[in-house]
Design a protein around this ligand. Sequence first.
Ligand code: HEC
Length: 133
Amino acid sequence: MKRNLLIRNITMLGAAALAVTVAVFAQDAPAKKPAPSTATPAAAKPSPAAVARGKEVFDKKCAVCHYADSDAKKIGPGLKDISKRGTFTVNGNKVTEDSLKTWIENGDSLMPPFKEVLEAPQIKDVVAYVRTL
Ligand code: HEC
């Protein structure tokens, strides 16, 4: 009787030890792969798909007033090389993703605002396109 009890205790101890071991191993198991990040770093190049969509928006909404392939003035300044130039001709502001977005959203004295005309993703796309000119 006493002996049986001892064996049972030892068995339980063994089970407990096993449980601890499993727990420790589970913790050591390689962490789940981090989910691929969906955020695009600010400096990242826009995807070719975004640029292509942006070109469509540009051809419909902007090309009446802006050349994409020349820096000559149409109604507004030509946008060729605007990224290379680095600054807006109209106000000397730095050309960035943000400054272009704000500009396009709000327009100016002669340029209509596009905030209510285009969806936010379309503005993003057209900015991506303009930055490649
Ligand atoms: C009705 C004509 C018109 C349309 C349409 C138009 N723009 Fe403009 N844009 C202008 C004018 C004019 C300026 C110069 C600033 C001013 O006088 O308002 C300008 C300035 C700019 C500038 C600054 C260029 C620089 O070198 O300083 C950018 C960038 C620009 N427009 C982008 C766009 C984009 C992108 C679209 C389409 C979503 C667009 N514009 C649609 C007339 C227009």
